[in-house]
Design a protein. Structure first.
Lengths: 286, 329
């Protein structure tokens, strides 16, 4: 695809997105330092997806988080919200001092996103398996109103074990919700271990195809391919079905000692380990 | 209806359910009225459109109707998503599924997300008779009442449901409506008003006040009329809004009557009786309360009217419980 793809980002655009993905990882470490526990590696696998969506693909309005025609973003894996909050602050939706009070008493920002408290969160989450249903409702609702926004729903791969995901998949295909895009962060790990050992979910692409979705697979850290694909599926006016992107990712991507140790799904880095992680993230080109 | 294989006009099939039971018209009528008044209603059902009568709405406004199939949890969450795009979703299924199977979706996606979704739990209580425990809902008031920012309304008949839906358009919170199977005798006339959160006093009594919601209201009124004709003094209050409860009405009844009794088609744990007991305890009223309903058991199998008689939720049964309550004082 690369080279001949008109959706491909320029080198400057990729450089900017790479910087934003780095920002997401660094801010995640900084914020978890406040909470003293958090989902580092769940964010790190999705950092490029966050960056591509919020700094390139999604149509948003600065300082108008509730603009009715904006593209929507929902997270089935709401525990990665700590990676999204800095982006929303960067977009001017969350005041800086609120971001810096992450998880402190009365602060609107916790481990999971809350749409009632945080401008820019399109739907609350935390109970895994709901988000695709909510996104499908938004896609149906927007289409009924003649709106043209795209609804992106990021799902965890462990989330594929939840039955409601497949209710939503059936519903979205039946109702031909062609502006609904599911992005599966296929990082391979969940709390209790490797997804394929805890409760296997493969063959993922075949499952979604069998449910009537258009399916794409991509390296979720390759900002060129990922951005091009997201731009392409958003622009596709001919597609008559929902679209699923299986993003192959690495849990903990960007910090070498997390990439080889799945236990960092949830944890805390003491200052010296956090400093090593920060140094590596700053130095490394993903 | 196809008559190719049917010779008797007594035969009927599921799709004729609504036509055979005009009591199911009220939900669709109410929603059609809202759409005609310009409200952005979307109705959804989960393979039960002939049971809740939404087939009529679907026929009238096909673009405003969503068939969700047998996937109730997806229906509830998707309704919340729909609401974020400016629609006013009404989604309906059996109360046993809505109030129990979808409890978490209602909490997380509807109430916690503060989306003005209207949930219609129909065929509640034991009104599905011999379909059995899977289809009975004797816990749905308890589950829904415990969810913050969720209003719970239990209308006694179709006209009251229609009035409550009409009144709900300006209500900011999501609402769980708990309704029967469309065969309860009407207490109210069509076109009556409804105020969410307000009890309706039907008669005042010094010996006893019965506070009822839903199906038992009609038999409670019948029982009270009979008792009063025999010289007793029994009051009846309809408490269609179980949450937020009309505390003033409870306190007024407690001040006036020697003893109180609640009547509900629900487990006596967690339902209307519990809500009334909470008010009495909070205020230290010291008035005895008898909670009448299903006493923490799974109901037997029988036709609904037989079950109402068995569980003393018909007029004779409520009269009997009322007499026993007054006798104990």
């Amino acid at each position: 695809m690369r080279g001949s793809n008109s959706f491909e980002p320029t080198a400057e655009q990729v450089a900017k997105l790479r910087e934003k993905a780095r920002f997401v990882r660094l801010e995640t470490i900084r914020l978890i330092e406040i909470a003293k526990v958090g989902h580092y590696s769940s964010v790190f696998s999705a950092a490029e997806i966050f960056a591509a969506l919020y700094y390139d693909v999604m149509t948003l309005r600065a300082n108008e988080p509730a603009w009715p025609d904006r593209d929507r973003f929902l997270m089935g894996k709401g525990h990665a919200a700590v990676g999204l909050f800095p982006i929303l602050a960067d977009h001017g939706y969350i005041p800086r001092d609120v971001l810096d009070g992450y998880t402190r008493l009365g602060n609107p920002l916790g481990d999971h996103p809350d749409m009632r408290k945080v401008l820019g969160i399109d739907f609350s989450s935390g109970s895994i398996g709901h988000a695709l249903s909510a996104g499908a409702g938004m896609a149906w609702g927007g289409r009924a109103r003649g709106q043209r926004f795209t609804t992106f729903v990021m799902l965890g791969d462990g989330e594929m074990q939840e039955g409601q995901v497949w209710e939503a998949a059936t519903f979205a295909a039946h109702h031909r919700l062609n502006r609904l895009v599911a992005i599966i962060d296929r990082n391979g790990f969940q709390l209790d271990g490797a997804v394929d050992e805890v409760m296997g979910v493969e063959p993922l692409g075949d499952k979604w195809r069998a449910f009537g979705w258009e399916v794409h697979e991509v390296d979720g850290h390759d900002l060129v391919a990922l951005t091009a694909l997201l731009r392409q599926v958003k622009a596709d006016e001919a597609r008559a079905r929902p679209c699923c992107i299986v993003a192959r990712t690495i849990k903990g991507k960007g910090v070498s000692y997390m990439e080889t140790e799945p236990g960092w799904h949830l944890g805390y880095l003491a200052p010296e380990d956090a400093a090593r992680a920060v140094a590596e993230i700053r130095a490394r080109e993903i | 209806m196809s008559t190719a294989t049917i010779t008797s006009d007594q035969s009927w099939q599921y799709r004729a359910l609504n036509a055979n039971n005009p009591g199911l018209d009220f939900l669709s009528d109410a929603l059609i009225e809202l759409v005609e008044a310009g409200h952005p209603v979307i109705a959804g059902a989960a393979d039960l459109q002939y049971s809740n009568g939404l087939n009529r709405f679907a026929k009238r406004f096909p673009d405003r109707y969503i068939q969700f199939g047998i996937a109730e949890q997806n229906m509830v969450t998707a309704a919340a998503g729909l609401a974020t795009t400016g629609h006013m979703p009404f989604v309906a299924t059996f109360a046993s599924f809505l109030g129990l199977l979808c409890c978490e979706q209602i909490r997380m996606d509807v109430a916690y997300c503060a989306q003005p979704v209207r949930l219609i739990g129909h065929h509640t209580g034991i009104s599905l008779g011999f379909y059995g425990t899977s289809h009975h809902a004797t816990e749905d008031i308890a589950t829904m009442r415990a969810i913050a920012d969720l209003t719970v309304i239990s209308p006694a008949d179709g006209p009251q449901l229609q009035a409550a839906i009409r009144a709900s358009v300006t209500w900011p919170e999501p609402i769980y409506f708990r309704i029967g199977r469309g065969r309860d005798p009407d207490v109210y006339a069509k076109g009556q008003g409804f105020t969410i959160g307000r009890a309706i006093e039907h008669m005042a009594g010094e010996e006893l006040t019965i506070i009822a919601c839903g199906q038992p209201l009609h038999p409670a009124l019948e029982a009270a009329r009979k008792l009063n004709a025999a010289g007793r003094s029994v009051g009846v209050i309809d408490m269609p809004t179980v949450k937020p409860l009309d505390r003033e009405a409870v306190l007024k009844a407690a001040a006036r009557s020697r003893v109180l009794m609640t009547a509900e088609e629900h487990n006596v744990l967690g339902g209307l009786g519990s809500a009334v007991a909470e008010v009495l305890a909070d205020e230290g009223c010291g008035v005895r309360l008898v909670r009448h309903g299903i006493h923490d058991t799974y109901a037997l199998i029988a036709p609904p009217t037989h079950l109402y008689a068995h569980y003393k939720l018909d007029a004779a049964g409520i009269e009997e419980v009322a007499l026993a309550t007054m006798a104990r004082g």
